[in-house]
Design a protein around this ligand. Structure first.
Ligand SMILES: Cc1ncc(COP(=O)(O)O)c(C=O)c1O
Length: 429
């Protein structure tokens, strides 16, 4: 951002490296640029005034990659489809949790995913992806990317799923594997994919110029607190910020983080597709990020109580909670390598089928019957007929998304209250 003092990017104090939660309060914001306001105002403006024509020219040259930045030169503010102070500060703060060089804010998680994929995939390319993935991502790879000549090959952790090796082999038979896209834990089954193994395989296919399939990880379920894909070798991390980062079910936004060279290319696509977020949403996200650790920690602790209650309940067949993985299972080993906590969104199956699952949902009094996740309130939904209803039934069954499955995003209410609500709803099943 223009004129932003480096002193507002403290990463250590008195020789102590600052923790991400501390940096969420002020990193990247200079109060002197905003009348001393402690909090970053909302810059509700579509365009920015240049002091001189020469300054405008210099800003555009940098924004459009027509010249290299001078040492310590910051990009100038031009137009809110290109950049805006609330979003630039947000982008800088987002990079802290994942240890990324650079980041971009988007209008939604799907805008982040589709802009990222369209930046790096070309006609004739193949995207190798884990499954299940969020229904919107599934639609993108199944129905939209093929219209641009981009094929896809799935792999997964469910019984009988093609392995990563098989998917890469099949993909290479069709064309250049441009991206390995991973959603881990998977929505809604919580299946885990080994990010480091994907990164290792991707590097094995480096071409003469050193480029290799990019490993892109959707870190919405556990990030940014409980899983750090870049540290595991991923090239890019994407988020639906609508979920834990926004955290109050009152906004829709997304992000992509990674190496500066890759982010610069995605930024150019974002500018032209017009997929950036807006200043008000950026401001809401800055506010949310101050309490991110508190909220995610509280929800994670609540989720364990809720999962244990469900696992002990006679009307519950199975609970797909990461905290229940048993030593010796391959998924347990992946969990220990790449996850710091089990998070607070998981699925479970009731005895019976859709009718029993619906009965539970229709009797909830405290938890809300709604899609989405990661908010302060507990939300529940039926993946097979809601978030994943685009996926053909037989594929859902193969992936373990059964009609009896419900997904719960545990909130930060008193856990005994959540359990009381689930108990009385289960009585009706
Ligand atoms: C794992 C995952 N990725 C991406 C998305 C898409 O995010 P958005 O709704 O912000 O576009 C979702 C939405 O539910 C999701 O659960």
């Amino acid at each position: 951002m223009a004129k932003l003092e480096k002193s507002y990017r403290h990463s250590s104090v008195g020789g102590r490296k600052l923790s991400p939660e501390t940096q969420m309060m002020g990193y990247g914001y200079d109060p002197q640029l905003s009348e001393g306001s402690v909090k970053c105002p909302i810059f509700l403006t579509s365009t920015f005034v240049f002091r001189t024509a020469e300054e405008g020219k210099a800003f555009f040259q940098l924004a459009y990659g027509l010249r290299e930045a001078q040492p310590s030169e910051e990009p100038g503010l031009i137009y809110s489809r290109i950049n805006n102070p609330d979003l630039q500060i947000l982008e800088e703060r987002l990079t802290i949790w994942d240890g990324a060089e650079a980041g971009l804010a988007f209008a939604s998680g799907m805008a982040a995913i589709s802009t990222t994929l369209l930046t790096f995939l070309r006609p004739g390319d193949v995207i190798v992806h884990s499954e299940p993935v969020y229904g919107g991502t599934e639609y993108l790879v199944e129905h939209i990317l093929p219209q641009f000549g981009i094929a896809h090959e799935p792999f997964g952790a469910y019984p009988g799923a093609p392995t990563l090796e098989t998917a890469i082999e099949r993909g290479r038979a069709k064309g250049r594997v441009g991206v390995i896209f991973v959603e881990t834990p998977a929505n809604p089954t919580n299946d885990l994919v080994d990010i480091a193994a994907c990164a290792e395989r991707a590097k094995a296919f480096a071409s003469a110029d050193g480029s290799h399939p990019l490993v892109v990880v959707d870190n919405t379920f556990l990030g940014p607190l409980w899983q750090h894909p870049i540290a595991c070798g991923a090239d890019l991390v994407v988020y639906s910020l609508t979920k834990y980062v926004g955290g109050h079910s009152d906004l829709v936004a997304g992000a992509c983080l990674g190496r500066e060279t890759l982010i610069d290319r995605i930024r150019a696509t974002r500018t032209i597709l017009g997929a950036i977020s807006d200043p008000h949403t950026g401001w809401l996200l800055l506010r949310s990020m101050e309490t991110l650790k508190l909220r995610m920690t509280s929800a994670m602790k609540n989720a364990r109580y809720v999962a244990e209650f469900l696992a002990d309940h006679p009307k519950v067949r199975k609970v797909h909670y990461l905290g229940f993985l048993q030593e010796g299972e391959p998924q347990h080993a992946i969990y220990h390598r790449q996850c710091r906590a089990p998070g607070s969104t998981f699925s479970f199956e009731v005895n019976g089928g859709e009718a029993e699952a619906y009965r539970l949902l229709n009797h909830l009094k405290l938890a809300r019957l709604a899609v989405s996740l990661g908010g302060t309130e507990t939300l529940m939904q039926h993946p097979a007929t809601m978030t994943h209803s685009d996926v053909p039934e037989e594929r859902l069954t193969t992936m373990g998304v059964t009609p009896a499955m419900l997904r719960i995003s545990v909130g930060i209410e008193n856990p005994e209250d959540i359990i009381a609500d689930l108990g009385q709803a289960l009585d009706a099943v």
